[in-house]
Each structure stands twice: as C-alpha cells, then as structure tokens.
Design a protein around this ligand. Sequence first.
Ligand code: ARG
Length: 272
Amino acid sequence: MKKWGTLVIALLMVTSLLAACGQNKNNDGSAQGAGSNAGNSGKKVITLGTSADFAPYEFHIKNDQGQDEIVGFDIEIAKEIAKDLGAELQIKDLQFDSLMNELNSGRIDFAISGLSPTADRQKEVDMSKIYFTATQAVVTRAGEEGSYKTLDTLVGKKIGVQKGSIQEGIARTIEDAKITSLAKTQDIMMQLKTGRIDVAIIEGPVAEAYVSNIDGLTIAEAQPEAEDDGYIVAVKKGNKELLDKVNATLTRLMEDGSIDKFIVEASELAEK
Ligand code: ARG
C-alpha cells in the first residue's frame, strides 16, 4: 500500500521543525559525551548522530504507542554498541552533511548513517570496519524508466542527490548534469514526484523503500558505481577507545548473524 504520499508531505514539515529543534539543542551545548554524563537511568549516555531520512537504515515511524521513533538497521547496531558499553543511547536526528562537524566538535559520540568511507571523510574522522555494502540506484517517475537504461542517458539531466553524500560526487562526474543537492532525501523524492528534477541517485535499498511507499516512482536500469560502497561507523579522530569497542560489537554482530537479521527486519519495517 502506498501510504507515503501524505506521509512524505507531513515529513517535509516535521523535518524543518526537527532541524530547528536540533539547532537549538546544539547551540545550548546540551549534547553529552560518552561516559561523562548520567542519563535519566543513571547510566552513562552515548550520543548517536544520524540523518533519519534513509529507510531501511534510519527512519521515523509512529510506534505502537503512537509516538515518533527513529528505527532501522543502523539504529539496531547503535543499540548494540550502547549495550556493550553499558550506556544509554541518545539519538540525534541531524542533517547528513553536518555529521562530521558534529563529531569533531564533540556534540555526538558516534555517527551511523549509511556512511561510506570516502577519502575526504577519512581525513576528518576515524572509521570502523565496514559492516554492510549497498549498491547505487537511479530513481525516476514511473513510465519514464525507459529513458534511463544506461548511465550515459543521465547526461544533461536534472539530478537530485543528498547534500554532502557520495551520490553528489557521482552526479558531478556526469556531463552537464544539473545537480540539485538537498539536505533530506524525502525532499529529493518530492522534487522528483513534482517534476522539478528528472532522476535521483541514492543507495539501492533506500530507493526500494521509497518506490514501494510513494506512488508514481520507480527504479531505472542505469547503474551508477561508487568507489566506496561500504558502510562504516564514524568516531571523532583519535577516539581509539570507542573505536575499538565499536569494532568489537560489529565483529560480534557479523559473526552471530545479527547483522543479517537486522537488515531483514528493518526492510520489512520500511515496507510497512
Ligand atoms: N552512503 C552515502 C554517503 O555516505 C549516503 C548516505 C546517506 N545517509 C543518510 N542517512 N541520509 O554519502
């Protein structure tokens, strides 16, 4: 069932509100460093930064109590990391292109957000091992997919991508592309639906979640390639203690099959 039409419009409004709230929080410096602050439970708090516009990895749902909740594959991983640290997890929904800054200024302890290990990011933050690999996809309006069978067909087209993402880099390699870079992926899908862009480039699983929930969008055959398809967890440069623990949790989750289970569960949740 296509429920996301209205949901996306509602999300557009909520996103701007959340962005405003997020900024306030940052300005008053209320973010907490791991280990140094006690949360409501008296436990130490570890703060995750993510851009929760990226189903099935991180996205908002209304939970059974009717409350807004951030869920997804990456969130399950974050919960496991917090559990292994004996810490309470606090989640901050931020703009994707602000995550590296938020890490380095200490406003978040770690970032999990479908983050690809690019060389630029490698200079700014420290990265965990790769915990997942995704491919790229081209989303367009249903009925127009025949025009985008190869990457060459994107030449000169209006292409929507997320600001600061590797897809922005991919779009820049396409000749004469007219690029629209937006902070939140749902805004890109709205631009596509309303005809302001021709295609969007985004990771395959996220593309699938959007097209199954928004009427009138589909995935084209053209297959962009990225240099860095893997996903990593990012921590502040030099935070070896946390990085070691993150890697230990990832190893555990990969070895005991949890990672595979989380992606299936998150994809099912995203389809609902
Ligand atoms: N994998 C891409 C990148 O690292 C896009 C990630 C976008 N993530 C998100 N939560 N919106 O640049």
